[in-house]
Write a protein that binds this ligand. Structure first.
Ligand code: CDV
Length: 311
């Protein structure tokens, strides 16, 4: 029998500073219901899906920063989403800012969780590739302070058995690094989920706006194809308090083809019946890692971080 999973990506339009968690969770629940109505058993929500993309704001008061973080999950505001997931039998990926304590030390992570169809959290990923800067850039049109507000994720790139498939997770900037996909691919990931917040402008250097979408899709398509996996990518997009972020949420097939793509920069569900046998076939043939990879020539990838020319 064909091995398939009906899955959806729930793109979110803007969340403004003034929007409450309760109103955002209501939006997530409406999207979950819509995805369920279209047959989905697994839905991917964006990165930091409960708040505005707060790393754009310079803040020095830790109490003010911590207002964007969740101390437990589910909590009073998000519980209804988990209850609805269980009622409908739909699992989900959700990105949020996690505040936790490890060995007596307070930690802040940019986190994603995987929730099974019975409402249980079965997987947790903490963002590893944190982009941006830690210092205030007074001349930039906005800040990108992930390096200031978050600790580097400490859970690695794992995969989990969920929804009768093997599922990996990553977050936003991770998609630009081929190592992210490969480490999940080496664990047999059939589905790789990610949420993102990608500002339309690059604050580090000026570039044509169309490159933002091109590099986004290029990264998803390469990651999917080279690892023979389905990639499900959910944007938070549109203008949050006037700061624009790209849409382009997509479901990419293991062939690297885009199977579905959001058209708007607002709340939008896209859904596809994922043919998991297709990835399986490609992992047994052109991307049969055991047969074709030559790890004796790949040492530099883990031995060296920055590029250095020695000739
Ligand atoms: N939230 C992100 O990680 N955003 C980054 C920045 C660099 C645009 C991204 O890679 O999309």
């Amino acid at each position: 029998m064909a091995h398939r999973l009906n899955a959806a990506v729930a793109q979110l339009g803007p969340i403004h500073l003034a929007d409450s968690r309760t109103s955002v969770v209501r939006r997530l629940m409406a999207l979950l219901r819509e995805a369920h109505g279209r047959g989905a058993r697994f839905v991917v929500f964006p990165e930091l899906a409960l708040t505005t993309f707060f790393p754009r704001w310079w803040m020095t008061d830790q109490a003010e920063i911590d207002r964007f973080f969740e101390r437990e999950m589910p909590n009073i505001e998000t519980r209804p989403l988990f209850d609805l997931a269980r009622e409908l039998g739909v699992g989900f990926y959700l990105g949020y800012a996690e505040l936790t304590e490890e060995n007596g030390v307070v930690r802040h992570y940019n986190t994603a969780i995987l929730v099974e169809r019975d409402g249980r959290i079965v997987g947790r990923y903490r963002k590893i590739h944190l982009p941006g800067h830690a210092e205030h850039l007074p001349d930039a049109p906005f800040q990108h302070l992930e390096k200031r507000y978050f600790d580097i994720g400490n859970l690695g790139f794992k995969v989990w058995r969920a929804y009768d498939a093997v599922v990996g997770m990553c977050i936003c900037n991770d998609r630009r690094w081929p190592e992210t996909w490969r480490v999940m691919g080496l664990q047999g990931a059939e589905i790789m989920a990610l949420g993102y917040n990608t500002p339309i402008l690059n604050i580090h250097h000026r570039e044509p706006e169309h490159l933002r979408m091109f590099h986004h899709l290029l990264s998803l398509q390469a990651g999917a194809y080279q690892n023979a996996a389905w990639v499900l990518a959910a944007a938070k997009c549109g203008a949050e308090d006037g700061f624009g972020m790209v849409g382009g949420s997509a479901i990419v097939a293991p062939t690297g083809e885009i199977a579905a793509q959001a058209l708007s920069e607002d709340n939008e569900v896209i859904a596809v019946s994922l043919d998991l046998d297709l990835g399986d076939y490609l992992r047994r043939t052109v991307f049969n890692f055991a047969k074709h990879r030559r790890i004796e020539h790949y040492g530099l990838i883990t031995e060296r971080t920055g590029a250095r020319t020695e000739v």
